[in-house]
Design a protein. Structure first.
Length: 345
């Protein structure tokens, strides 16, 4: 699957970071709720380490997972819940060691990660030009090439892609406007069928569902509706009758891809397609018949619940259920606490 986490991160880090307590509001009581999207947000919040972040394990070593943590910040804002968890999460991301490990330090600088954490700051009502001790907007500007592509500065290579470009455009569109050449570059990557690829400058242009969904949001945010509609038309053409969408090369519709596509449909006002996506996502949510520890979570696909994929599936699936674009996402007015699905027992 293609996720925010996979596309914004560049490589596994080589040093595991310790987790420091962050000053934030105390965690509120976890009340019952009948709202399925809020219950999904509540389940997601309860999975966080120390109520503030996520980690990933690679080769038996635990690493901080900034990308997945940001996905949760987006999900909390989309459902207007778990504000205390969101506050803790953004505070954790502002820690110098956590931030530099994600966006790069020294000569290393990663476009997708920089854009994503800057967008998270905006969603939380923080100026991305004053995030911790880093001006994320100025840092991102240095990664804009003459072609209009946002590219990594890294000894490991350039891993920037459609997610990097679209996240940068969305974030900057919220902050005064994205550079015209960055938007033109994104439009120029369009495949003949109207979709958009994950990777740029490939011999064969292969439309990617996740990337197209993200690019559509970026194009809408930057006022390029004609190009966005071509991408939406392609997305609609690959949407299944049950409302779900496959990842590129996939064989089953999944929550991650459908969540992003549903959010793109909603951003453009394509209500029928957005409603179909939401219906599919609802079919993957664990209800009252599931074990209490799973209630509210979304399965990745119809094969059933798996702990290894549930956090990403829930975070990205929520975006398709909440029907609000990244360009308009805000944590303002959110309530505290991690709501639970209202069940008889």
């Amino acid at each position: 699957m293609t996720s925010f986490r996979a596309c914004a991160a560049v490589a596994f880090v080589t040093v595991a970071l310790g987790c420091t307590a962050v000053a934030a509001p105390a965690l509120a009581a976890q009340a019952g709720t009948a709202a399925r999207t809020q219950a999904a947000s509540g389940w997601l919040a309860r999975q966080m380490v120390d109520g503030s972040h996520f980690v990933t394990v690679y080769d038996k070593v635990t690493y901080p997972d900034q990308g997945e943590t940001i996905d949760a910040i987006f999900a909390f804002a989309a459902t207007k819940t778990a504000n205390d968890y969101g506050a803790r999460a953004i505070g954790w991301l502002e820690e110098p060691a956590v931030l530099s490990n994600y966006i790069g330090s020294g000569t290393e600088s990663y476009a997708g990660a920089t854009a994503k954490v800057a967008l998270a700051a905006e969603v939380r009502g923080i100026n991305p030009a004053k995030f911790g001790k880093v001006n994320l907007v100025a840092r991102l500007a240095k990664l804009l090439t003459k072609s209009g592509r946002y590219s990594d500065h890294s000894a490991f290579g350039d891993f920037s892609n459609a997610f990097s470009q679209s996240l940068a455009i969305i974030m900057l569109s919220r902050d005064g406007g994205a550079p015209a050449k960055a938007v033109r570059f994104l439009i120029s990557s369009e495949c003949k069928n109207g979709g958009f690829p994950l990777n740029f400058a490939q011999k064969t242009c292969l439309s990617d569902t996740d990337s197209t969904a993200m690019d559509v949001q970026a194009l809408l945010a930057s006022g390029q509706r004609a190009a966005a509609l071509r991408g939406l038309s392609w997305l609609a053409s690959v949407q299944k009758s049950d409302g779900g969408l496959d990842a590129a090369g996939g064989t089953l519709p999944n929550a991650n891809t459908t969540g992003l596509a549903g959010e793109a449909f909603a951003a453009a006002g394509w209500d029928r397609q957005a409603a179909l996506a939401a219906k599919f996502l609802s079919s993957l949510q664990r209800g009252c018949s599931a074990p209490s520890a799973q209630r509210g979570a979304l399965e990745y696909d119809s094969t059933g619940f798996a702990e290894s994929t549930a956090i990403d599936a829930t975070a990205q699936g929520i975006l398709g259920l909440a029907d609000i674009s990244l360009a308009k996402l805000s944590a303002h007015g959110s309530s505290n606490g991690a709501p639970r699905l209202a069940c008889a027992s």
